[in-house]
Design a protein around this ligand. Structure first.
Ligand code: IYR
Length: 222
C-alpha cells in the first residue's frame, strides 16, 4: 500500500496557558451537567442535530484510520418497539437469575430493572456497531485494529456532542445484542457495541443522587 500523502497541519488553536485552563474548566462545567436519564419525553431530535453529532463521532482517533464503526439511527416507531421487546426479554433474564448478586447489588443505587420504556418513548436510538473486520471491494477480509478502543472513543465523542447540542442520552447495553443485527439487517462482521438513547427528559425525570470520584482518587502525577 502506498504511503499516505502528508499535508501541513491546519487550524491548531494557539492559546495562552490561562486561556487553556479557562477553556478546560468551561468544558468541565458543561460536561459535568450530563446525566444519564431513564425517563424520556417523545420530543423529536431533529435529523440535522443527529447528523452533525455523528460527524463529530466520525472524527475520533482510531486504529489505522480504518474507522471500524457504523451508526444506525432508529426513529421508526415499529422498529423501536421491536428493539424494546427483544431487549426487555433479555433484560428479564438478566434481572431474574442471570446476573450474579454482586452485580445486582452494584446496580441497586441506579434503580434499574428489566422495564425499558425509553427504548420506545425516546424519539431516537443510535445503535453503535463495531466492525470486527472490514470487507474490501473484492470481498476480501480487511483486518481491523483496536476496535473496542476506537468505537469506545467515537461513542464518547458522540455522547459529548449530543450533550453539547442540548440532547439527553442514555447508554444501554442489553446482553447479548445479537438481535440488533437481525432487526437492523447488519452484516455478520458487525457487532452491536451499545444502544445510545437520545432525546429529552420527561417533565418528571429524576436522576440518582450519585457523585463522581475526586480528582485525587482518579489521577496521580508521575
Ligand atoms: N443492561 C442492564 C444492566 C445494567 C448494567 C450496568 I454495568 C449499568 O450501569 C446499568 C444497567 C440494564 O440496562 O438495565
Amino acid at each position: 500500500m502506498s504511503k499516505e500523502e502528508h499535508i501541513p497541519l491546519e487550524n491548531f488553536p494557539s492559546l495562552t496557558p490561562a486561556q487553556m485552563e479557562e477553556k478546560a474548566l468551561e468544558f468541565y462545567g458543561k460536561i459535568q451537567n450530563r446525566r444519564s436519564i431513564r425517563s424520556f419525553s417523545d420530543r423529536m431530535v431533529p435529523r440535522g442535530v443527529i447528523e452533525n453529532c455523528l460527524l463529530s463521532a466520525g472524527t475520533a482517533p482510531n486504529g489505522a484510520n480504518l474507522q471500524p464503526w457504523h451508526f444506525c439511527v432508529v426513529q421508526d416507531p415499529a422498529t423501536k418497539a421491536e428493539i424494546r421487546k427483544a431487549a426487555e426479554a433479555e433484560e428479564y433474564e438478566f434481572y431474574h437469575g442471570k446476573a450474579p448478586q454482586d452485580w445486582l447489588d452494584a446496580l441497586a443505587p441506579l434503580g434499574t430493572d428489566e422495564s425499558k420504556p425509553f427504548l420506545e418513548v425516546a424519539s431516537t436510538l443510535i445503535v453503535v456497531f463495531a466492525k470486527s473486520f472490514g470487507v474490501d471491494q473484492e470481498g476480501e477480509k480487511v483486518k481491523h485494529y483496536y476496535v473496542n478502543e476506537s468505537v469506545g472513543i467515537a461513542t464518547g465523542f458522540l455522547i459529548a456532542a449530543l450533550h453539547d447540542a442540548g440532547c439527553a442520552t442514555l447508554t444501554h447495553t442489553p446482553s447479548p445484542m445479537k438481535f440488533l443485527n437481525r432487526i437492523l439487517d447488519r452484516p455478520t462482521n458487525e457487532r452491536a457495541f451499545l444502544v445510545l438513547v437520545a432525546g429529552f427528559p420527561s417533565k418528571d425525570a429524576t436522576v440518582p443522587n450519585i457523585t463522581k470520584k475526586p480528582l485525587g482518587e482518579i489521577s496521580s502525577w508521575h
